[in-house]
Write a protein of this length. Structure first.
Length: 95
């Protein structure tokens, strides 16, 4: 574990990879990462169940970053490049 404690971590996406990462992080209490929750791609992508809290959608990312102050953000989106670039531009303006 890091000297300062576990990193407050947010996962972007509800893909199978996001689910597996969430399960791995949650299975290691006291590990290097403290999972804050998942950010869905949109309201249409809400899974029936997920191993941690679903905090909002990518449209809420600016607010979620301010509220939860994650130290690490893991991107596990299906289509990452264009969507992430647009998302970062809009979110940077909000912060």
């Amino acid at each position: 574990m890091r000297a300062g404690g576990a990193e407050r971590t947010l996962i972007l996406g509800t893909t199978p990879l996001a689910r597996r990462l969430a399960e791995l992080i949650r299975s290691r209490p006291g590990g290097d990462y403290a999972l804050l929750g998942i950010v869905r791609e949109s309201d249409d992508t809400a899974p029936r169940s997920f191993p941690c809290p679903l905090l909002g959608t990518l449209d809420d990312l600016g607010r979620l970053l301010r509220e939860h102050k994650p130290q690490r953000v893991i991107v596990a989106l299906v289509e990452r490049r264009r969507r992430l670039r647009n998302l970062l531009t809009v979110t940077a303006r909000e912060l």
